[in-house]
Design a protein around this ligand. Structure first.
Ligand code: SF4
Length: 222
């Protein structure tokens, strides 16, 4: 409880990018990320952060009064103390989600945590860094834990889409867990992605970054 993490912001908002989209949620945004995704929309979180003890983070989460908490970033898994933080939140009865960029192995994450794992397509510029071990871990998860695994692929163009469908096919990933496909905001009209998904009868969930439709797209703390 005395360990500390670099925290960029803690705020109450509407969950916008998962199977829980639309649900009130407390977000804990941790600072720092060594990845360099071309279309990253949280660059401010890479360098701006203040140390906070786990005790103080939990106090702030308690203050927001939502049963759902999401740990995001930046890249939360770059800070080892994220694990005791997530464990303590689970112990206290919170539903905990972890949003990770997908280049770090999630094998140390508490099994109670709901993992939202990015798979970065070519337009991100970092697709070579995807940790495919995470996909294998999801495929091996016991049936009663499959609901705690979600993958998210953000699509910028048709090339990304083709790449993603080939990957999903190779692993039969949609047979095992929820896969969400979204668009890079302002780069690909959601209607285009929707028509591709429908044409191909793809068993994925189209997800838009809900918070960017509710509030101004570049607004922080939402
Ligand atoms: S992993 Fe996430 S936070 Fe890091 S650069 Fe990519 S989009 Fe930004």
């Amino acid at each position: 409880m005395n360990r500390s993490l670099l925290v960029n912001e803690i705020f109450l908002s509407i969950q916008g990018e998962s199977s829980r989209a639309g649900t009130p949620c407390t977000f804990v945004r941790l600072a720092g990320c060594r990845s360099t995704c071309t279309w990253c929309d949280t660059r401010y979180a890479m360098t701006e952060g203040e140390p906070m003890s786990i005790r103080d983070i939990i106090r702030e989460v308690d203050h927001q009064q939502t049963p759902l908490v999401e740990i995001t970033g930046g890249e939360p898994l770059e800070q080892p103390a994220v694990h005791p933080l997530m464990q303590e939140l689970c112990n206290r009865g919170y539903s905990v989600m972890l949003e990770t960029g997908g280049f770090i192995n999630v094998n140390e994450v508490d099994a109670r945590v709901h993992k939202i794992i990015d798979i970065k397509p070519p337009s991100s510029g970092v697709s070579q860094n995807n940790c495919t071990q995470n996909i294998l871990l999801a495929l091996q998860a016991p049936p009663e834990q499959r609901h705690t695994w979600e993958f998210k692929i953000v699509i910028a163009d048709r090339n990304d889409y083709n790449w993603a469908t080939e990957l999903l096919d190779n692993y039969s990933l949609t047979d095992h867990c929820t896969v969400m496909m979204g668009t890079v905001f302002d780069q690909l009209p959601p209607a285009d992605l929707a028509s591709w998904i429908l044409h191909d009868h793809l068993n994925v969930r189209l997800q838009l970054q809900l918070h960017k439709y509710i509030w101004p797209p570049d607004m922080r703390g939402v």
